[in-house]
Unconditional design. Structure first.
Length: 258
């Protein structure tokens, strides 16, 4: 059965309800697999999860612009396995035309903390409000930051019917650096469960175990940086890149990493 048919089987929740969930301080767990396996996964989730629906749409386009220093300090913090690291970005929800400036922090306890402020649009020059948030949250000076990577993808969001838990599925993932064209990860799904605290009793975690999908620490920002800046150092990411190669092999438009 096609993915679009599976999406129609879910009961729905509104954006207003989604915004009531307190998941800006959370534990994230990621998985990745081939897109042709998504319909079977969705089919097994509809009894325990609802789907985000906005004006009869159930899949939404996200557009992100990430900032970093000229020497890609935040990329290398991730590459080198540092905790208490940051990602700084604008995010636009294309379908409802809302935009935020966000700072996303991974703590030394592997908890994700996200702070954000509303913005009128994605800016390639930081606004005064964005600079103020950076000064409050990050030791890097705003003047040392500039745009480094565009990331665009489609997202499906599921919300557990009883628990404070949501699951996202990202596909059609594309990247663009500031000096080259677009690159893509065709046929790949990145799934992520967001929980107040990690629980292996989640129906989604159990489903991933059933399908024999192992947790993977995969970052769209790091992956896109490697694809967009060919001379960048990425040796510690090689196992993940080999995994991505395997999932995307034989897909049109895919450029292999290694």
């Amino acid at each position: 059965m096609k993915k679009e048919n599976e999406l129609e089987q879910f009961s729905t929740v509104s954006l207003e309800y989604l915004n009531t969930l307190n998941l800006n301080n959370r534990h994230d767990t990621k998985f990745a697999f081939r897109e042709n396996e998504l319909p079977d996964i969705l089919h097994e989730m509809n009894s325990n999860y609802n789907i985000l629906d906005i004006e009869n749409k159930r899949e939404f386009i996200y557009e992100n612009l990430y900032y970093d220093t000229p020497d890609l300090f935040m990329y290398f913090q991730h590459h080198n396995g540092k905790l208490n690291r940051y990602k700084i970005r604008y995010r636009k929800y294309i379908d409802n035309n809302t935009c935020y400036f966000e700072i996303k922090r991974k703590t030394n306890k592997r908890i994700t903390v996200k702070n954000r402020i509303q913005a009128d649009k994605i800016e390639e020059k930081l606004s005064s409000e964005a600079k103020e948030l950076i000064n409050e949250e990050v030791e890097i000076k705003p003047e040392n930051l500039s745009p480094t990577l565009w990331v665009v993808y489609s997202r499906i969001t599921l919300v557990h019917k009883e628990k404070n838990e949501k699951v996202t599925f990202d596909r059609d993932i594309s990247f663009k650096g500031m000096i080259n064209g677009w690159s893509h990860l065709p046929g790949l799904i990145i799934a992520e469960i967001k929980q107040e605290r990690f629980s292996p009793n989640s129906e989604f975690i159990k489903l991933m175990n059933k399908f024999r999908f192992r947790e993977i620490n995969i970052s769209k920002y790091a992956t896109g940086s490697i694809m967009s800046y060919p001379d960048i150092k990425y040796n510690r990411f090689k196992p993940r890149l080999l995994f991505i190669n395997k999932q995307c092999e034989n897909q049109d438009g895919y450029f292999k990493f290694l």
